[in-house]
Design a protein around this ligand. Structure first.
Ligand code: NYM
Ligand code: MG
Length: 212
């Protein structure tokens, strides 16, 4: 029987280097001959993803709760694909996940628990790496774009919600690590690799579910 593969999530503020690190990690695992798939949330290619994309570009307006539920639905539409990959032995790397969902919506004043609820039951990551960066450093790095939320003030608030998520996840026994993303790409990817290596052979139990 194939052993099930690990589910790895990379989280962080905008411009923290998540996508770069997720892709370096994906290449590294592939070079070792391990099957791996990279998912990015939001996945803007699906019908729901297109609505999210239009909202983020300010081409449409949506109630705060409605957009929150769409982000969650966008994960749910891929949840069974993620689980089946894991069970077949394909490592999954997700560039953002339910934690971004809580962080970006709770900062608007929606209750933390309300924001968490729609994602309860999703496949649970075996390792979440939060790429931590000071919003002004992220800004200085090449600047935010023009999408919603890409402003230093917003990112500061979002970072505070992430701190709460980190506390709650750690308290619940989840493997959550904070990585200083204000360093060079190479330093960060070396750290990422150390954390990933530490779980590669220790994933034995069935895929968990988030917050159940
Ligand atoms: N975002 C992302 C949310 O507000 N909720 C979510 O559930 C997710 C997954 O979308 N600023 C926000 C965070 C980002 C924005 O993501 C677009 P990206 O990774 O920049 O494409
Ligand atoms: Mg972005």
């Amino acid at each position: 029987m194939t052993r099930r593969a690990p589910f790895i999530v990379v989280e962080g503020l905008d411009r923290s280097g998540k996508s770069t690190q997720a892709s370096i990690l994906c290449d590294h695992l592939t070079s070792l001959g391990l099957p791996v798939e990279l998912f990015k949330f939001p996945d803007r290619r699906t019908a729901i993803g297109k609505m999210i994309d239009s909202y983020l570009r300010s081409e449409s307006d949506l109630d705060d709760r409605a957009i929150h539920l769409l982000f969650s639905a966008n994960r749910w539409e891929l949840a069974s694909t993620i689980s089946s990959h894991l069970e077949k032995g394909t490592t999954i790397i997700a560039d953002r996940y339910a934690f971004s969902g809580i962080a970006f919506s709770a900062r608007k004043g929606l209750s933390y628990k309300w924001c968490q609820a729609p994602d309860v039951g999703l496949p649970a990551p075996d390792l979440t790496m939060f790429l931590d960066i000071e919003p002004d450093i992220a800004q200085a790095r090449g600047g935010y774009g023009t999408e919603r939320y890409e402003q230093e003030e917003v990112q500061r608030d979002v970072r505070q919600v992430f701190e709460r998520i980190e506390k709650e996840m750690t308290h619940a026994g989840a493997r959550w690590v904070k990585i200083d993303a204000g360093r060079t790409q190479k330093e960060v990817s070396q750290d990422v690799w150390v954390h990933v290596q530490s779980i590669l052979d220790s994933v034995h139990h069935p895929v968990g579910t988030l917050w159940e």
